[in-house]
Design a protein around this ligand. Structure first.
Ligand code: CMC
Length: 392
């Protein structure tokens, strides 16, 4: 009709005003509430970053202690929720389980609907941030046929997650501080990324006044796809498929072929047209973890370094400004940490929950907020009459 701007994929539409995350795609810069991601990864832990994203400021020592205590009070899930897991096949993809179980939280916390009250929004934030590690670890344990592990509140957030993932009732889990720190940084790098597909999904679902846990479940569903959060899993599968440095050229050639649907997973980004700053940090974390584990010569890490080098020197990738994104190295490091490929996107979801909830709240308290309702350009049949069935 010409009344609306046609902007498929929202390439040039700002859907909201936000004070949370800033990306300069040309410079390759990412700021949470004004702080560079590099400094946050260096100086803060994930829960400090969570506090920052939600509240706008970093916590002082006292606020940090109080926040950590509050989160610990919410780490357990309702015993009734355990039954939801049992309805799934053991071989279900953990992201499918996550969509269902996190959505089910909305049935446990009807008070989350009082979201016009700041205190209730805080409680919902604390609940979901505290329970995500428990639910992710339960999804893993269920897939393995192992017993669920209760959270240990003597451990900090990330160490407790590793305990629930890798501990068993037979043995006290002793977290390796280097690996805990690495995973904590991975969480920080994934915590928010402004109006990406899953965050926009959470905002859109939330704009109708839906239950926040149901909105997070919608975000998890969107994140699952290989063009978004599922890229870390797809990237590791791709590296396994390439298998050897000698086959890199063949796959680069395929990625450049218009008639081949193959894309270099972990490469390219809608906003970054320069290096994704998270990818640089992730490569460093990856190196640190492999060194700690004595895996410096890891086959896939070497393959990834070669692939990256060749792609960055290739005209196609240079011209299209395709650089490694956060997912390029995250699969290798997670694999080294002992996390199976099918769980990678769950780790992303765990961390991104913080950003989703911060964005959801920002939307709700924005006086300009309206229900999200895109328009369309109709290109279907013109008005016509229904013929009786014997005349069709
Ligand atoms: N390999 C080969 N060619 C590519 C790639 C790639 N990974 N990414 C983009 N291109 C080409 C694409 O074919 C297109 O070519 P042309 O202009 O000739 O049609 C051009 O580069 C522009 O790409 P686009 O798909 O139009 O760009 P987009 O902004 O719509 O998509 C993307 C961005 C991330 C979905 C895409 O780069 C991609 O599919 N990458 C692989 C998947 C991936 O790593 N996703 C993780 C994103 S970062 C984590 C997150 O936040 O989710």
């Amino acid at each position: 009709t010409g009344l609306f701007t046609y902007d498929t994929g929202y390439l040039s539409t700002a859907s909201c005003k936000s004070k949370i995350t800033f990306i300069d795609g040309d410079k390759g810069e990412l700021l949470y509430r004004g702080y560079p991601i590099e400094q946050l990864a260096d100086h803060c832990n994930f829960l400090e970053v969570a506090y920052l994203l939600k509240n706008g400021e970093l916590p002082n020592q006292q606020q940090k202690g109080k926040f950590e205590m509050t989160i610990k009070q919410h780490t357990m899930v309702h015993e009734q929720l355990v039954k939801f897991f049992q309805g799934f096949r053991r071989d279900a993809h953990p992201m499918a389980v996550m969509v269902g179980v996190v959505g089910a939280l909305s049935a446990f916390y009807h008070d989350a609907m009082n979201f016009y009250d700041a205190e209730h929004r805080n409680i919902s934030f604390n609940r979901i941030v505290a329970k995500m590690p428990t639910i992710v670890a339960m999804a893993y344990k269920y897939s393995m046929g192992e017993p669920f592990m209760y959270p240990r509140n003597d451990l900090d957030y990330t160490a407790n997650f590793m305990h629930m993932m890798f501990g068993t009732p037979c043995e006290q889990y002793k977290p390796n501080p280097v690996l805990v720190r690495a995973l904590d940084i991975i969480f920080t790098l994934h915590a928010d990324h402004e109006q990406n597909a899953s965050t926009s999904t959470v905002r859109l679902a939330g704009s109708s006044g839906a239950n926040p846990f149901a909105c997070i479940s919608a975000g998890i569903a969107c994140l699952w796809g290989p063009a978004h959060g599922g890229a870390n899993e797809a990237c590791l599968n791709m590296l396994e498929q390439i298998g050897d440095v000698s086959r890199v050229d063949e796959f680069i050639k395929r990625a450049k072929d218009k008639n081949d649907s193959f894309k270099l997973m972990g490469f390219g980004h809608r906003v970054y047209k320069n290096f994704d700053p998270r990818a640089k940090l992730m490569r460093k974390v990856c190196g640190d973890v492999l060194t700690e584990l004595g895996l410096e010569n890891d086959r896939l890490f070497k393959l990834a370094l070669t692939l990256e080098k060749i792609a960055l020197e290739d005209e196609y990738f240079i011209e299209k400004k395709l650089y490694p994104n956060v997912d390029f190295y995250s699969g290798i490091v997670q694999k080294a940490l002992g996390i199976p490929t099918s769980m990678f996107t769950c780790i992303f979801a765990l961390a991104r929950t913080v950003g989703w909830m911060a964005q959801w709240e920002e939307m709700l308290i924005d006086p300009e907020y309206k229900i999200g309702r895109p328009r369309q350009l109709y290109i279907g049949a013109a008005r016509r009459n229904v013929a009786p069935i014997d005349q069709r």
